[in-house]
Design a protein around this ligand. Structure first.
Ligand SMILES: [Fe+2]
Length: 249
């Protein structure tokens, strides 16, 4: 995925049910959990870099760190397990895997999210590449990942009926992003701009770990029940040079 040979991969049921339940319970109970506004309605725990200065992102990362660590504090937490496996696999190829950093401060190791959008999608169609060209983050090393593959990592901790991931078979180029006014955000793609483009629907269940090329336009389907429960633990990964892969949120 990191080398762009495949568009996505799903590991079914790899996070034990009791781990998912505990993480979900802690997410809802956390006093640090915040509501996000109309750009992407829902709740989150952890900082996101989208549309922020590097400084603000790293400051928010520091603010959330204790709460996120408290939620993930368990033996064999799934994120540490995945990161260890990835570190070993990349080390065998002479590649270092680490958190993205700037001025001695590190990016968040994860963000937990529950999307509650009530229109056609719970999270509107977007891609994760546009946000990596934000001028306010021009000093941040993650922007070098835009020259490689942007890999979106998600672990499903809870989901009701529906709540699928939609991935369109298109990676918009810079000219298209500019034309749609989405050059530094990559969000939201108007539905008519996606008409006629092949779309894959991925069912995700608690315990599934799925990664996909975030440069493809993707969206989250609303759940069919009124009680929205879908929660993911997420991050973004990418090469920034031939010997280094970093992650951020
Ligand atoms: Fe995304």
């Amino acid at each position: 995925m990191l080398r762009g040979r495949v568009a996505g991969v799903v590991f079914r049921g790899v996070v034990p049910a009791r781990t998912c339940a505990l993480l979900a319970e802690r997410f809802w109970a956390s006093p640090a959990r915040r509501a996000r506004g109309t750009d992407a309605p829902g709740y989150y725990l952890g900082a996101y870099h989208y549309h922020k200065t590097t400084e603000d992102y790293l400051a928010e990362t520091a603010e959330f760190r204790g709460a996120l660590d408290a939620v993930l504090d368990m033996p064999d937490d799934p994120l540490t397990r995945l990161n260890q496996g990835l570190s070993e696999a990349l080390a065998a190829e002479g590649v270092q895997f680490r958190l993205a950093s700037h001025g001695g401060r590190e990016a968040s190791r994860a963000i937990m999210r529950s999307w509650h959008g009530q229109s056609e999608y719970a999270l509107a169609p977007h891609e994760d590449l546009g946000q990596c060209t934000e001028p306010k983050q021009a000093d941040f090393e993650i922007q070098r990942a835009a020259e490689h593959q942007i890999v979106a990592l998600n672990m499903c901790l809870d989901n009701g009926a529906g709540g699928r991931l939609a991935v369109w078979n298109i990676r918009p180029d810079e000219a298209s992003r500019h034309r749609l006014g989405l050059h530094y955000t990559g969000s939201p793609y108007p539905l008519d701009s996606l008409a006629g483009i092949e779309v894959a629907w991925l069912e995700v269940h608690p315990g599934d770990v799925y990664l996909f090329n975030g440069a493809h336009v993707h969206a989250v389907e609303p759940e069919t029940s009124v009680e929205t429960r879908r929660i993911t633990l997420s991050g973004i990964l990418g090469f920034i040079d031939e010997n280094t892969v970093v992650s951020w949120t």
